[in-house]
Design a protein around this ligand. Structure first.
Ligand code: F0G
Length: 451
């Protein structure tokens, strides 16, 4: 059979509502042409993020009912701890309310002025948490990872030469940890190979540096390894996942992605002294070490989600359905970051509307055009998000992130049709100018008008 189907049937449905063109025009003006300020109810297909937007399974909902809400030592905590230990091999598991809470704890312990933290590409919250401590966050992804049309199979890989140079130039004492983000969200949802992870581990060993993963999308990354890396085809995803985690000294995880839950995070550690210090910070702001800012039911749902995410029929469907969107756009002559990533398709907005210069925000202009035409919400990753101050981002992208197990193929067909129609009328897309912006992270709240 050629067709890869959704490996589930639907038991609960949530209606979505189409707005009229006039309504959307009014909504856009009221929201200052910023889709973060639009009510979700006024969005037909919401591709803003894949984070915390997935659908839970019947078993996860059953877990919600089983949740033990005891303050200390809840049964649900031990269910989660055991599942995480089994899947990742990490001895120490700290629950947090989401990924950035794990990052905050880790970098409060390892960061500080004068320190440098390399990564393939830091996600924005990781970078922000590092910089908040006075340390510097450095991106060292391979050159191919910066080229939208390059079809390298592992565009999330670290540039090993640049990593060695950084260690040599900065000195190992200034580098408290080497990070790797799997898959590489800021670089287009691109995977990292096992070979590259092993090589980074070797460099870390040579210089006695700890190696941590930002493992939000560890299962999607493992599926890409199975599909693309020589010698990995016949191995199980679980085995690959164990191999990947075995290379690291720790991991920060937002369970809102491959944990298949709407809220939750993890901090995984091996070093006992670090665990002691992290536990202290966890208790200070998240909660006791057996719930970490989550309800017992959240712990149950996460334990079950982590089990379901490594099922291979799920991963085949997940990665294939993202690729389907990307391939159809490419076939229609719409440039995306190639090859398609795991959780999202990134449209090259500069190629889509070459008549809109970077200072008129081509990505934001395209995001507005998609909402105006079809009620679709996507997110700009370009000059609005990263161009504040003197920064000039390398690419002007629009991310179409796919929530897990939420939309069917006909929803995606609708998205494809809408984007193609907008592309056919792309001359009409108008640039924007900012009428108000906050001092930082302006993409969330800035207001625009059409220029
Ligand atoms: N690391 C990566 C690679 C992420 O993609 C995210 C979140 C985080 C850390 C932070 O996790 O949101 O649970 O605190 N990414 C979301 C996104 C927000 O839309 O890509 P969090």
């Amino acid at each position: 059979m050629k067709t890869i189907i959704e490996p589930f049937r639907i038991k609960v449905v949530e209606p979505i509502r189409m707005t009229t063109a006039e309504e959307r025009e009014r909504i856009l003006h009221e929201a200052g042409f910023n889709l973060f300020l639009v009510h979700a109810d006024d969005v037909l297909i919401d591709l803003l993020t894949d984070s915390g937007t997935g659908a839970m399974s019947s078993e996860q909902w059953a877990g919600i009912m089983r949740g033990d809400e005891s303050y200390a030592g809840a049964k649900s905590w031990f269910v989660l701890q055991e599942r995480v230990q089994e899947i990742t091999g990490f001895p120490h598991v700290l629950p947090t309310h989401q990924g950035r809470a794990s990052e905050r704890i880790l970098f409060e312990l390892l960061g500080g002025a004068g320190k440098i933290v390399p990564n393939n590409n830091h996600f924005d919250t990781t970078r922000a948490n590092i910089e908040h401590t006075g340390a510097q966050a450095v991106d060292l992804v391979i050159e191919e990872g910066r080229q939208p049309t390059n079809r390298h199979p592992f565009k999330g890989n670290m540039d090993l030469g640049r990593l060695e140079n950084l260690i040599k130039e900065a000195g190992r004492d200034r580098i408290p940890v080497v990070m790797m983000t799997i898959t590489n969200n800021s670089g287009g949802g691109q995977p990292v190979s096992l070979e590259n992870l092993r090589a980074v581990r070797e460099i870390c060993d040579e210089h006695k540096l700890p190696f941590f993963l930002d493992a939000c999308r560890f299962a999607e990354n493992a599926w890409f390894i199975k599909q693309r890396e020589p010698g990995q085809q016949d191995r199980g995803v679980r085995e690959i996942v164990r191999d990947v985690f075995s290379l690291a000294d720790g991991a920060t995880i937002s369970a809102k992605k491959d944990g298949l839950v709407n809220i939750g995070g993890l901090l995984l550690l091996r070093d006992e002294e670090l665990v002691r210090q992290a536990d202290e910070l966890l208790i200070l702001t998240e909660g006791f070490i057996t719930y970490g800012g989550l309800a017992g039911r959240d712990l149950e749902a996460m334990a079950q989600g982590l089990e379901e995410v490594v099922h291979e029929d799920y991963l085949q469907y997940r990665i294939r359905s993202t690729a389907y969107l990307g391939e159809r756009l490419l076939a229609a002559g719409i440039q995306i970051v190639e090859p398609p990533g795991g959780h999202a398709i990134y449209v090259d907005a500069r190629a889509f509307c070459p008549h809109v210069p970077p200072e008129r925000f081509p990505g934001q202009a395209l995001v507005i055009a998609l909402y105006r035409h079809a009620g679709i919400r996507a997110v700009e990753i370009g000059s609005v998000m990263f161009g504040q101050g003197s920064n000039t981002p390398a690419m002007e992208l629009v991310r179409l992130a796919i929530p897990r197990r939420v939309y069917t193929q006909s929803h995606i067909d609708y998205v494809i049709e809408a984007i193609i129609e907008v592309h056919q009328q792309r001359d009409r897309i108008r640039g924007l100018e900012i009428t108000w912006e906050p001092p930082s992270l302006r993409h969330f709240t800035a207001r625009f008008r059409e220029a």
